[in-house]
Design a protein around this ligand. Structure first.
Ligand code: IVH
Length: 692
C-alpha cells in the first residue's frame, strides 16, 4: 500500500534493492542446484527449470551490470579469449608419485614407510582410483575461486582460471554452512572427461564432420589448453578433488587424509566416492583387485590406484624426495592404450560375406596382452581414421573388448605411408564386391556355396559355445575340413567318419573319438540354440530366443511370412527380411532338413500362455550363480517366456542377483526393481517345471 504513495525516486531505489536481493537469491539457488547436479549427481530440477532461473538472473544482470558478481553462475559461459596463459609458481610443489605394479612392490613400499616411522606405530592407508586426467590446483580465497593452475613441471604451472571457471563441478564459491572455510586454501585434484561424455562429444563431432578427440585424457588436456574459455565451456569436463595442498589462516588442520576428503565434500567439492580407508597391505590388495574388476564400469579412465598414508603427521615425517612424495605410491594397472606401427591392412570375409579391414600391427603389449591385429570395422572407419600403412596408431584394449585402433598420430606419419584401398574382388573367392543399400559394409556377392571364407566362418559359428557347442571343433580343424573339402555345410559335420578325421593333421585316434562324441552330444540342443547356430544375418542369441519362444517349433518359423516374423519381440522389418530370405533359399532349407534327419533335435517348447508364465517380462541376471551357469539360467527363463536382457532399465521386471553382483544390482535398487537371489530363482523354476 505504501509504495504506491512514495515519490518516484524512492520507488526506483526500492526496485533496485529488490533486484539486488532477487539476483542474490537466484545466485544462491543456482549454486545449490549446480552442486546437486554436478557434484552430487542428484538434480532436483529439470534442465528447463534450471535454465529458467539462469535466464532470469542473466536478464537481471544485463539490466543492472553492477549486480553481476565474478562468482555468478552466469560467468561460467566463458570469458573473453586470452593472449597467453600466465605462469603460476606453486607455493607447495606439485610432486609426482612413485609407481609399482605388483603387490610385493606395494608391500616393500609399506615396509619402507614403516622403517622411517617409530617402531610399532600403526600405519593406515587410503586407496583412491588414479584418474587419467589433468592435475590442477584450485585456490579459494575467502571461499571464492581465485586461481586454478596446472601442475606444469611441478614448481610452476599455468593460470587456467578462466577455463576452469566454466566447469560445473568446480564450485565458484565454497559452502561454509557446515564447516568454516579457511581464509585461503589450495585444493588439488584431477580434471577429466567421463567416458560417456567423451563418446557423446565424438559422436556430435563426427555428425558435423568436426575433429574427434583421441581419448578422454587428451580431450581434457586439450580443452584446458584453449586460450578461448568459450571453447572450454563447450567441452564436457568434470573434476574429482583428492587433497588439500595448503591452508592459510583459520584454526582447522586435518589430522588424516580421510578427514581432509570429508571436509572437501562439505565445502561442496566433488570427491571420488570410491576413496576408501585400508588398514594394511591386504586391505589395499583387496581394493586394488576389486577396482580392477570394475575398471570398465567406472565410467571414466583410470590407470591405477593411489595408496596414501592416512595420517598427515606421518605424511610430514615421511616427506618427499626431489620429484616424488614418499607417503603415497601409484599402483599401476596395465595400460589400456599404446602406440604402435600399422604394418598392413588385410581384408577378412565373415560368415555373412561382410568384408572387414583388419589392421596388422607391430606387436604391442596393451591391456595385459600382446596385440598384433585389430579390427578396423569397415571402410568408413578407415576413412574416418585417415589411416595409412606405415602410420603410428593408438591401440586400445580395455577389459575383454577386442582391440581397437583409436587414432593416428599424424605427426609421426612417414613420407612413404600408403593409402588403404578396398580390393576389387573378394579376397577369398574372387567374386565381385558389392555395397547393399546405404550400408557401410562391403560384401562378397557370392554365398557360402561359392566362398570358402564364408563356409569356414559359418561352421565356426555353428560349432561355437552359445550355438551347438561342439567341443574340440576349433578354427584349425574347420580350416582343414573345408580346405580338403570334407565338409561344405553344417550337416556334413554329422556325416564325418572316423577314418577321415584320423587322417587329418594333428588328429590322433583319441581326439577323433572325442570329436565324434562331442558331435553326437551336440545333437541334443534347444530350438533357440539351433536357430542361432544357423547364422542368419542379424539373428543373435537374443533374437533366436525370441523366435524360438514365439513360434515354438521349427516348421512354424520356416514357413512364417515377413509380417508374421515382425510380430516377434525385437524383430523389425530388416531382421524379418533376413530370416525370411534365409528360409526361402532351397539350399538353406535342404541343410536344415539334413540336420534334423541326421538327428539334431530339441525338446518341444511350451507355447501356451500357461506354460509361458513369464511372457512379456524382462529379466536381468547379475553376479555369479552357484547351481548353474548364467547361460543356463537364461535359457530356462527364456523357456518360460521371459526376455533376458543385459542391463537394468525401468522396463526390467525382475533382477536375479548372485554374489559379487555389481552396478546392475545398485541400479535395480535405485530404480526400485524387484531383486531375488539364487534360491528364489530355483524355487520359481522348480514351481514352473523348468528345473530337472
Ligand atoms: S595424489 C602430488 N591422488 O596422478 C602428487 N594423484 O603422479 C599427489 N592422480 O598427475 C597426487 N588421481 O594428478 C593423487 N587420487 C589421486 C589421483 C592422482 C590421479 C594423478 C595426479 C598426478 C599423478 C601422480
Amino acid at each position: 500500500m505504501a509504495s504506491g504513495l512514495r515519490a518516484g525516486g524512492e520507488r526506483e531505489t526500492l526496485k533496485g534493492a529488490n533486484d539486488a536481493a532477487r539476483a542474490a537469491e537466484l545466485r544462491e539457488q543456482l549454486h545449490y542446484h549446480n552442486h546437486r547436479y554436478h557434484v552430487l549427481d542428484a538434480p532436483e530440477l529439470a534442465d528447463t527449470e534450471y535454465d529458467a532461473l539462469f535466464d532470469e538472473l542473466a536478464a537481471l544482470e544485463a539490466r543492472h551490470p553492477e549486480l553481476a558478481t565474478p562468482d555468478s553462475p552466469t560467468q561460467r559461459v566463458g570469458a573473453a579469449p586470452l593472449e597467453k596463459f600466465n605462469t603460476v609458481t606453486h607455493d607447495v610443489a606439485m610432486l609426482s608419485l612413485d609407481k609399482c605394479t605388483t603387490i610385493t612392490e606395494l608391500a616393500d613400499w609399506v615396509e619402507r614407510c614403516r622403517g622411517r616411522l617409530m617402531e610399532d606405530e600403526v600405519v593406515r592407508f587410503v586407496c583412491e582410483p588414479k584418474i587419467d586426467g589433468v592435475a590442477v590446483a584450485l585456490t579459494y580465497t575467502h571461499g571464492r575461486l581465485t586461481l586454478a593452475a596446472t601442475r606444469g613441471d611441478g614448481q610452476t604451472g599455468e593460470d587456467i582460471t578462466a577455463n576452469v571457471r566454466t566447469i560445473g563441478a568446480v564450485p565458484l564459491v565454497l559452502n561454509d554452512d557446515v564447516h568454516p572455510v579457511p581464509p585461503r586454501v589450495e585444493v588439488r585434484g584431477e580434471i577429466y572427461m567421463s567416458a560417456a561424455d567423451f563418446e557423446a562429444f565424438n559422436e556430435r563431432a563426427r555428425a558435423r564432420g568436426g575433429k574427434t578427440l583421441v581419448n578422454p585424457r587428451n580431450g581434457a588436456a586439450g580443452s584446458l589448453r584453449q586460450l578461448d574459455p568459450r571453447l572450454t565451456a563447450k567441452r564436457p569436463l568434470t573434476m574429482y578433488c583428492y587433497s588439500i595442498g595448503w591452508i592459510e589462516g583459520g584454526d582447522w588442520q586435518p589430522k588424516t587424509h580421510a578427514e581432509a576428503l570429508q571436509r572437501l565434500t562439505h565445502w561442496g567439492l566433488r570427491v571420488n566416492p570410491r576413496s576408501e580407508q585400508a588398514a594394511d597391505v591386504a586391505a589395499c590388495e583387496r581394493y586394488i583387485n576389486a577396482l580392477r574388476d570394475r575398471r570398465d564400469a567406472l565410467g571414466y579412465d583410470i590407470d591405477g590406484v593411489v595408496v596414501k598414508v592416512d595420517s598427515l603427521d606421518q605424511q610430514r615425517l615421511l616427506g618427499a624426495l626431489t620429484r616424488t612424495l614418499r607417503w603415497a605410491i601409484a599402483y599401476k594397472y596395465p595400460a589400456e592404450e599404446a602406440t604402435t606401427r600399422l604394418l598392413g591392412v588385410e581384408f577378412q570375409v565373415g560368415r555373412t560375406g561382410a568384408i572387414t579391414p583388419v589392421a596388422r600391427l607391430d606387436p604391442v603389449f596393451v591391456g595385459g596382452v600382446t596385440v598384433s591385429n585389430a579390427t578396423l570395422h569397415n571402410m568408413d572407419e578407415v576413412g574416418r581414421l585417415g589411416i595409412r600403412v606405415g602410420d603410428t596408431v593408438v591401440v586400445r584394449r580395455a577389459g575383454d573388448v577386442i582391440p581397437q585402433v583409436m587414432a593416428v598420430v599424424e605427426g609421426k606419419r612417414p613420407r612413404k605411408a600408403t593409402r588403404v584401398g578396398l580390393p576389387a574382388t573378394c579376397p577369398a573367392c574372387g567374386s565381385a564386391i558389392e555395397y547393399a543399400g546405404d550400408e557401410a559394409v562391403a560384401r562378397c556377392s557370392a554365398g557360402p556355396a561359392v566362398c570358402p571364407a564364408q563356409r569356414k566362418e559359418g561352421l565356426r559359428h555353428f560349432a561355437s559355445r552359445l550355438a551347438m557347442d561342439i567341443e574340440g571343433l576349433g578354427d584349425k580343424l574347420v580350416e582343414q575340413l573345408v580346405e580338403h573339402e570334407h565338409v561344405s555345410t553344417a550337416a556334413d559335420l554329422y556325416r564325418l567318419d572316423r577314418e577321415v578325421l584320423v587322417g587329418l593333421e594333428r588328429m590322433g585316434e583319441k581326439s577323433a573319438d572325442n570329436l565324434l562324441s562331442a558331435l553326437e552330444a551336440s545333437k541334443t540342443t534347444t530350438l533357440s540354440r539351433f536357430i542361432y547356430a544357423l547364422g542368419i544375418r542379424e539373428v543373435g542369441e537374443a533374437t533366436a530366443a525370441n523366435l524360438a519362444g514365439h513360434f515354438g517349433e521349427l516348421s512354424a518359423l520356416v514357413s512364417a511370412s515377413v509380417e508374421e516374423l515382425e510380430q516377434v519381440d525385437d524383430v523389425g522389418p530388416v531382421v524379418a527380411g533376413h530370416v525370411h530370405a534365409y528360409f526361402a533359399s532351397v539350399h538353406n532349407r535342404a541343410v536344415v532338413d539334413d540336420l534334423c534327419e541326421l538327428g539334431v533335435h530339441w525338446p518341444a517348447l511350451p507355447t501356451s500362455a500357461s506354460a509361458r508364465p513369464l511372457a512379456g517380462q524382462t529379466w536381468v541376471l547379475t553376479g555369479t550363480l552357484q547351481s548353474m551357469s548364467r547361460q543356463e539360467a537364461k535359457e530356462r527363463l527364456a523357456g518360460l517366456g521371459a526376455k533376458v536382457a543385459g542391463s537394468v532399465s525401468k522396463n526390467t521386471h525382475q533382477v536375479v542377483a548372485g554374489p559379487r553382483a555389481g552396478t546392475k544390482l545398485e541400479k535395480a535398487q535405485r530404480l526400485d526393481i524387484a531383486v531375488m537371489d539364487e534360491s528364489e530363482l530355483l524355487a520359481l523354476l522348480r514351481a514352473h517345471g523348468a528345473l530337472d
